[in-house]
Design a protein around this ligand. Structure first.
Ligand SMILES: Cc1cc2nc3c(=O)[nH]c(=O)nc-3n(C[C@H](O)[C@H](O)[C@H](O)COP(=O)(O)OP(=O)(O)OC[C@H]3O[C@@H](n4cnc5c(N)ncnc54)[C@H](O)[C@@H]3O)c2cc1C
Ligand SMILES: *[C@@H]1O[C@H](CO)[C@@H](O)[C@H](O)[C@H]1NC(C)=O
Ligand SMILES: *[C@@H]1O[C@H](CO)[C@@H](O)[C@H](O)[C@H]1NC(C)=O
Ligand SMILES: *[C@@H]1O[C@H](CO)[C@@H](O)[C@H](O)[C@H]1NC(C)=O
Ligand SMILES: *[C@@H]1O[C@H](CO)[C@@H](O)[C@H](O)[C@H]1NC(C)=O
Ligand SMILES: *[C@@H]1O[C@H](CO)[C@@H](O)[C@H](O)[C@H]1NC(C)=O
Ligand SMILES: *[C@@H]1O[C@H](CO)[C@@H](O)[C@H](O)[C@H]1NC(C)=O
Ligand SMILES: *[C@@H]1O[C@H](CO)[C@@H](O)[C@H](O)[C@H]1NC(C)=O
Ligand SMILES: *[C@@H]1O[C@H](CO)[C@@H](O)[C@H](O)[C@H]1NC(C)=O
Ligand SMILES: *[C@@H]1O[C@H](CO)[C@@H](O)[C@H](O)[C@H]1NC(C)=O
Length: 491
């Protein structure tokens, strides 16, 4: 069906739609059927599997689920949503912490992309064509097997390439090679009005900028061109245990901050992992154990950290070391955790803020008996590929942040208790209490569904927000592509 035929259909549909949601459902079902878009039948086992969220704390029911295998079918589905007055949401790997792949609320047309997972490297250009529902484990394995290539990306194999790289994408190569979004050089996109465009630094560059950092608000990416780098022949992953306390931790954090800012080399990517039961640094070094020791020495001298283990191996084996499940998943895929999570992106953590953070960690932490943890990525610094990425080419707003902290509170059975929220809310608010607003933000890839839409927009998009709001008005003024924390248009 052509676009004009759809417009002709619209008159019929509007009267159906105004009659209410039952008719809206009939309209979208009929339109998808007429356009030959594959769908999941409501209540079928594939429907149930596709609407299962990563975080069962947040379950939502779409009005319909499209399961395209071609770009034309994605386009037809978006046009049907437009004509039926239904909001439309893409789901790639489905790992959004706020279940935004389902829409973050009931009643969206969900476009399940995980049947589209092909990855093809051109051996002349080393550019990879990646379909939008490929999961990171599959992307990593395919790039590696097709000529030893790689992109910078996270190590959770089930995470989708789209949600991850359209909103940043930080992983074990990021200190050298920046974010996943930095490796996108071109995208084929279905816009909210159903038009297909190609975007890059030279075609609709404003859209390219917006998609690289706030992608879910600006279109449905139907295909990517990723630049790639040669995976290193060997890497070393490692572990350093530590035991700080309320007295020593603030000084050690000051040393960590200075080290991250001024010394930590690009070849080293590292994070602290802290739970109620253990605390250690872990990471990956692009080189051997001798090189790693030299890279860590200045930090060890100031903090007394001891290197507990090093393993020098291939890039792919190091990836699977940091994976939490099958390392090359496609579809079907099922992995769930019931949890609440928050994040902080910080320019620094020192002085009163560091004392408040440490106090909460050591004194309030033990009062929470669940499986809570935080992970502190050494995200920035003078030699960080994220910091040194071109700020003008993507809307990712946190290149000026030194740390990325993820706070996580999980239950292993039953539903998440409603009294669980204040523990993490207070961890964050105690930390930011003495900070200037410009010194911190939050990471949309660790979405906190309990933030208001206004608070979420500024925390996630910071100084990029005003330009993003203008572009939203240009590309999706009717809010066809949105969720409860979506960017609102400003004319
Ligand atoms: C176990 C685990 C480990 C993680 N580790 C890391 C990590 O190391 N580093 C890191 O940076 N993040 C990490 N994350 C966070 C992860 O990057 C985000 O949750 C990411 O958004 C998930 O992407 P997805 O495609 O799987 O999710 P989805 O829920 O499918 O999508 C997330 C958002 O992207 C939108 N979207 C999906 N596809 C498209 C498309 N084609 N076009 C436009 N918008 C689209 C969705 O509508 C939704 O708003 C981790 C998450 C989990 C669960
Ligand atoms: C589907 O197509 C049929 C036949 O062309 C038409 O009569 C009907 O109105 C269409 N329905 C929808 C919802 O598009
Ligand atoms: C992926 O590639 C295979 C092999 O070329 C092809 O058969 C299949 O149709 C492709 N899948 C999609 C969704 O494009
Ligand atoms: C790889 O890219 C080159 C240069 O753009 C092009 O000429 C060639 O056809 C591509 N190869 C394949 C297999 O697509
Ligand atoms: C904190 O650790 C230091 C160094 O290990 C130790 O000397 C000090 O006694 C500890 N303080 C407390 C309150 O445990
Ligand atoms: C900060 O780190 C540099 C190395 O980059 C070191 O020379 C300097 O002594 C450190 N300063 C403090 C106060 O620790
Ligand atoms: C470690 O790597 C360095 C730099 O590449 C190299 O000079 C050195 O010989 C290597 N050492 C060992 C023990 O392999
Ligand atoms: C201390 O932290 C603030 C952010 O709260 C940061 O702006 C500042 O650069 C840090 N100071 C030092 C000395 O690292
Ligand atoms: C700090 O946390 C405590 C709970 O331990 C809470 O009562 C207090 O309000 C928090 N303070 C700030 C400034 O958020
Ligand atoms: C769709 O939206 C784009 C971006 O706003 C615009 O350039 C294009 O003209 C629109 N297409 C139609 C058919 O309205």
């Amino acid at each position: 069906m052509t676009f004009m035929e759809h417009i002709a259909l619209a008159g019929v549909l509007v009267s159906l739609v105004t009659a209410g949601s039952v008719h809206r459902r009939a309209a979208i079902d009929g339109c998808l059927a007429n356009s030959s878009v594959p769908v999941d039948t409501k209540g079928s086992s594939t429907w149930n599997a596709d609407i299962k969220p990563f975080n069962p704390r947040l379950t939502y029911t779409p009005v319909a689920v499209a399961v395209p295998t071609t770009i034309a079918q994605i386009q037809a589905a978006v046009i049907c949503a437009q004509l039926s007055g239904v909001k439309v949401t893409a789901k790639s790997g489905g790992h959004s912490y706020a279940s935004f792949g389902l829409g973050g609320e009931d009643g969206h047309l969900m476009i399940e992309l995980d049947r589209m997972f092909n990855v093809t490297v051109n051996s002349t250009t080393n550019i990879a064509i990646v379909q939008p529902g490929a999961r990171l484990g599959h992307v990593t394995n395919q790039l590696y097997s097709q000529g030893g290539r790689a992109i910078s990306a996270g190590t959770c194999p089930g995470v989708g390439v789209s949600g991850h790289s359209l909103h940043g994408g930080y992983g074990m190569s990021s200190h050298k090679y920046g974010l996943a979004t930095d490796w996108i050089i071109g995208m084929t996109v279905v816009l909210a009005n159903g038009t297909i465009v190609h975007t890059s630094t030279t075609e609709k560059s404003d859209l390219f900028w917006a998609l690289r950092g706030a992608g879910s608000n600006f279109g449905i990416v139907a295909q990517y061109e990723f630049d790639t780098f040669a995976a290193p022949s060997q890497v070393t992953y490692f572990n350093m245990n530590f035991r700080w306390n309320t007295t020593t931790a603030p000084g050690n954090l000051a040393a960590l901050e200075n080290y991250t800012k001024t010394f930590m080399p690009a070849d080293l990517t590292m994070r602290a992992f802290v739970s109620s039961g253990s605390s250690y640094f872990e990471g990956m070094f692009f080189g051997n154990a001798t090189g790693l020791k030299a890279a860590l020495q200045p930090l060890q001298d100031k903090t007394g950290l001891v290197l507990a283990s090093t393993t020098t191996t291939t890039f792919l084996k190091a990836f699977s070391h940091y994976s939490n499940a099958a390392t090359d998943p496609t579809t079907p895929y099922s992995f769930q955790q019931t949890f609440y999570s928050k994040s902080l992106m910080l320019k620094g953590l020192n002085g009163t803020a560091a004392k408040n953070f440490v106090n909460y960690w050591y004194k309030v932490g033990p009062t929470n008996r669940r499986g809570w943890w935080f992970q502190l990525d050494l995200h920035g610094g003078a030699f960080s590929g994220v910091t040194n990425g071109d700020h003008s080419l993507s809307s990712y707003a946190h290149r000026d942040k030194l740390y990325l902290i993820q706070f996580y509170d999980q239950v292993y059975s039953g539903s998440y208790p409603s009294d669980g929220y204040p523990f993490l809310d207070n961890f964050v608010s105690n930390t930011t209490a003495g900070m200037a607003l410009s010194d911190w933000g939050m990471y949309i890839n660790y979405a906190d569904n309990r933030l208001s839409q206004t608070a979420a927009q500024s925390a996630y998009y910071g100084s990029s927000l005003p330009r993003l709001q203008k572009l939203k008005a240009a590309y999706d003024p009717g809010l066809t592509l949105t969720n409860p924390q979506g960017i609102l248009p400003v004319a």
